[in-house]
Design a protein around this ligand. Structure first.
Ligand code: ADP
Length: 486
């Protein structure tokens, strides 16, 4: 039986599962690398923004100082508004830098900037501007000196922050570069590996699935062309191997069936012909035999010998005609429940009486019963025992083994100590007119098999326990109606 979850399905699932797993792993890896690169680029952009803010802060402080200087030069408060705008810009940028500071060092520097910025603003509004308006040159000079100091400190801190942020850009670039390189290497490796793996999976599927399927299809095509000797190599493991074995068994069964059909057709043809002519031949043969026997009584010497030969040949003709008639109607008659041992012993006794057993030792063993038409059953057994005795020859042995079959039927196996059947003769044993005996008709086994089959049974030949051939007659179990009668 082929199971749907058999090994071919498993193989295909395994191969495709492995491919899908590989591509999922590769995609997952690529996704992780891309996220890494994306994060790196984002960090790079942020660092760039921080550098820009630090540089802008330095510029804004310089602006603030410029307006402070203009206030001193012009000696009025006309630049106070511009100073405040520059101051607001410094404050905004300082706040942004505070949000972007990443460690204690950067926080300290931003705090310094804030402190100095506040101090500068206070200095401008509370000291410098009143001194300028009051034209107090000494106070203006002192305040200017202090303002310059504060601006320098703010600028120094802004420059330090810019340098530090710039350095972080370098390390981010390095990281992103390294990730890009690693991703490129892994992508190459995955690409190469996946190609090799896909080729491997292709070869594996080709060997374990595609090739056996191609062999099966080729075999089926040969069978379709009528080549009944087609056989498919059965070495493949799994259900394709089983399928090949089943295909071979099916082809063999088909071949045997066809041979049987031809045989049946042949027998039916012979039967029809025989039935037509046998009746016509039988009557003149009977007349010939009657006259020959009459003449034999009167004849003497050489003439008597010649008449004996004519009688023997006429008897042989009669046997052939009878055999042909048997072939044409092998099983018509009332079926009875027959004790097989009794029938076998009766057959042996009849053969012994007619001296056809010579000194051959014939034994009957076992017991069983079967449903058969007794005269036809006797005819089959008579033929098998006669053949066995002829094959065993003088001093030989023949055994009839009767046995009840497990299915309710029965069998009689006739074995002999003769030379057995030659392998080249075996396929032709049951063909009508096949004989190896000089005076044989070659109809005994053909008629016996036709009778066995008409009873729903069979006859097979093989090698028996006495060293010679063994012919086994198998009869089927009783039908329910027959059982009811038994
Ligand atoms: P016939 O006996 O007239 O030859 P059969 O049909 O009974 O016809 O037998 C056909 C052939 O089968 C025989 O000629 C013989 O070659 C072979 N045969 C039959 N029975 C035996 C046997 N017991 N041992 C060997 N060969 C046998």
């Amino acid at each position: 039986m082929l199971s749907p979850s058999g090994s071919t399905t498993r193989k295909l699932l395994l191969a495709f599962g492995a491919l899908v797993a590989l591509f999922t792993a590769a995609s997952g890896f690529a996704l992780a690398r891309l996220t890494d690169i994306h994060d790196g680029s984002h960090a790079l952009r942020e660092a760039g923004g921080r550098v820009r803010d630090s540089l802008e802060l330095a510029t804004a402080v310089r602006d603030q100082y410029a307006h402070l200087a203009h206030t001193i030069i012009l000696g009025n408060d006309s630049h106070a508004r511009f100073h405040d705008e520059a101051r607001a810009r410094v404050e905004t940028l300082t706040r942004r830098l505070r949000e972007q500071a990443r460690d204690a060092q950067e926080h300290t520097w931003v705090a310094d900037i804030e402190q100095n910025g506040d101090a500068l603003d206070r200095l401008y509004r509370e000291t410098l501007l009143p001194a300028v308006v009051a034209k107090d040159q000494a106070a203006v000079t002192a305040a200017h000196g202090r303002a310059l100091e504060l601006v320098s400190q703010i600028q120094a801190r802004a420059d330090s922050l810019a340098e530090r942020f710039d350095a972080s850009i370098g390390s981010f670039e390095e990281h992103v570069g390294a990730v890009e390189h690693a991703s490129f290497r892994w992508a190459l490796l995955f690409l190469g590996g996946a190609t090799l793996f896909a080729v491997g999976v292709g070869i594996y599927i080709g060997n374990s699935v595609a090739r056996p399927v191609a062999r099966l299809s080729e075999g089926a095509a040969r069978l379709a062309r009528g080549d009944l000797n087609t056989r498919i190599p059965e070495g493949d493991p799994g259900e394709l191997g089983q399928l090949a074995a089943q295909f071979n068994r099916m082809t063999e069964a088909l071949r045997a069936h066809q041979a049987q059909l031809v045989q049946h057709e042949k027998l039916a043809g012979i039967g029809r012909l025989a039935a037509g002519v046998a009746h016509e031949i039988n009557n003149p043969l009977g007349v010939i035999l009657g006259y020959v026997r009459l003449l034999q009584r009167k004849a003497e010497g050489a003439l008597a010998e010649d008449l004996k030969v004519v009688e023997e040949e006429a008897v042989r003709c009669q046997q052939i005609v009878e055999g042909l008639l048997d072939l044409s109607r092998p099983g018509r008659g009332p079926v009875e429940h027959v004790p097989l041992r009794e029938v076998c012993e009766e057959v042996v006794a009849r053969l012994r009486e007619s001296s056809r057993l010579g000194d051959v030792d014939v034994r009957v063993e076992g017991d069983a019963s079967a449903w058969a038409w007794p005269p036809r059953l006797r005819q089959v057994l008579l033929n098998l025992v006669k053949n066995a005795a002829e094959a065993a020859g003088q001093g030989g042995r023949v055994a009839l083994h009767i046995e009840a079959a497990s299915d309710g039927g029965a069998s009689v196996a006739v074995s002999d100590s003769g030379p057995g059947v030659k392998p080249e003769d075996r396929p032709r044993l049951f063909e009508p007119f096949f004989t190896t005996k000089p005076s044989g008709t070659g109809l005994g086994l053909a008629v016996s098999r036709a009778i066995a089959e008409a009873h729903g049974g069979q006859i097979d030949a093989d090698t028996g326990p006495l060293g010679g051939a063994r012919f086994t007659l198998r009869l089927p179990p009783a039908s329910p109606a027959q059982e009811a009668m038994a």
